[in-house]
Design a protein around this ligand. Structure first.
Ligand code: NAD
Length: 322
């Protein structure tokens, strides 16, 4: 797609995925309007974007419909990335998770409809599948989410489809599978790769909740961004599409791979109690993504981790091998 003349709004623009998407769309020549309440995101992530004249940022909350209506002017595409993103926190605070994720999505959809936005592309999650044993996960299989976060994401996908069917708004939900890469935070609630990278830098052992046999389809951020650009370009609407690497890895193998890449095999892998709400295995069947939006992941986990570590070393001037 030629993004040159497009005005694109990104909710959650100061977050991990939103800020990477912002940079890529600016590179493609789009005008980007970012909104974020900075709950888990940071303006530091938008350092590069702020240098671009085609970027504007508004601090505000997706739960505030009047704020959205003010900003959603002459917007072609909305990328809805803002969310209450932590699964363990959603177990502790299900009401807050529902408020941001479900009421927030309704506001975004209502603002998009009222302000004649062409397309809304939504960041859904593999958490909607829950702990069903069938692998790989296909979009049409049963979804039994086991965390409030997963329930909220499932409800939002349904709203995306309903707004397409009832109001003709073009919507697409991209079900991301465990995304990792530059700007992911190292905090107790962020993805395990960012947490372990923090441990590696501090020369600490890596902790795994459970026996290490649970597996995930860790997907590199550059592939997720590629999928988002393709979703804007292709005509698919009212669809839900898995976005993953399509190759699972166990937590033990992942920890071992990370230590191998940074040559710190002296650090130990420690096993701790499993966390409530964590699902056992998950990886994506990505054939629908290939069919509908021609998505093909370019990064396996080793290539993605190496690219991420290189970015980290340059950004923070750190030799990860020391
Ligand atoms: N990272 C992953 O592995 C992953 C996997 C599946 C789905 N997702 C989804 O992708 C999206 C982006 O996730 P991320 O990993 O970049 O997380 P993130 O926490 O870095 O980004 C979320 C952003 O939303 C903002 N936000 C939160 N509540 C808000 C509100 N009420 N109003 C305005 N802004 C608000 C935060 O400040 C943050 O900048 C989320 O919808 C998340 O559920 C992420």
């Amino acid at each position: 797609m030629n993004f040159n003349k497009k005005r694109i709004l990104i909710t959650g623009a100061a977050g991990f995925i939103g800020s990477n998407l912002t940079d890529s769309l600016l590179e493609e020549g789009a005008e980007v309007i970012g909104i974020d309440n900075l709950f888990s995101g940071s303006l530091e992530n938008l350092e590069r974007a702020f240098k671009n004249k085609k970027f504007e940022f508004h601090k505000g909350d997706i739960r505030d419909l009047n704020f959205l209506l003010d900003i959603f002017k002459d917007i072609d595409i909305v990328y809805h990335q803002a969310a209450f993103t932590s699964v363990p926190q959603s177990v502790k605070m299900p009401e807050n998770c529902n408020d941001v994720n479900v009421n927030g999505v309704l506001n975004v959809l209502n603002a998009a409809r009222r302000m004649n936005v062409d397309k809304v592309i939504y960041a859904s999650s593999s958490a909607v599948y829950g702990d069903t044993p069938t692998l790989p996960k296909r979009e049409d299989m049963r979804r039994i989410p086991i965390s409030p976060y997963g329930v909220a994401k499932l409800a939002c996908e349904a709203y995306m489809q309903a707004y397409h069917h009832v109001y003709g708004l073009k919507t697409i939900s991209l079900r991301y599978f465990n995304v990792f890469g530059p700007r992911q935070r190292d905090s107790p609630y962020s993805g395990v790769i960012a947490i372990w990278l923090g441990n590696i830098i501090r020369n600490e052992d890596l902790i795994i909740f459970g026996d290490g046999k649970i597996s995930r389809d860790f997907t590199y951020i550059k592939d997720v961004i590629q999928a988002n650009l393709l979703a804007a370009e292709h005509n698919a609407a009212g669809e839900i599409i898995n976005i993953g690497a399509g190759s699972p890895i166990t937590l033990t193998d992942l920890a071992t791979l990370m230590l191998k890449i940074v040559k710190k095999e002296n650090l130990k892998i420690i096993y701790s109690d499993p966390r409530p709400g964590d699902i056992l295995h998950s990886y994506a069947d990505i054939s629908k993504a290939l069919d509908l939006i021609h998505f093909k992941p370019e990064y396996d986990q080793e290539r993605g981790l190496s690219d991420y570590f290189k970015w980290y070393s340059n950004r923070y001037n750190i030799d990860l091998k020391k």
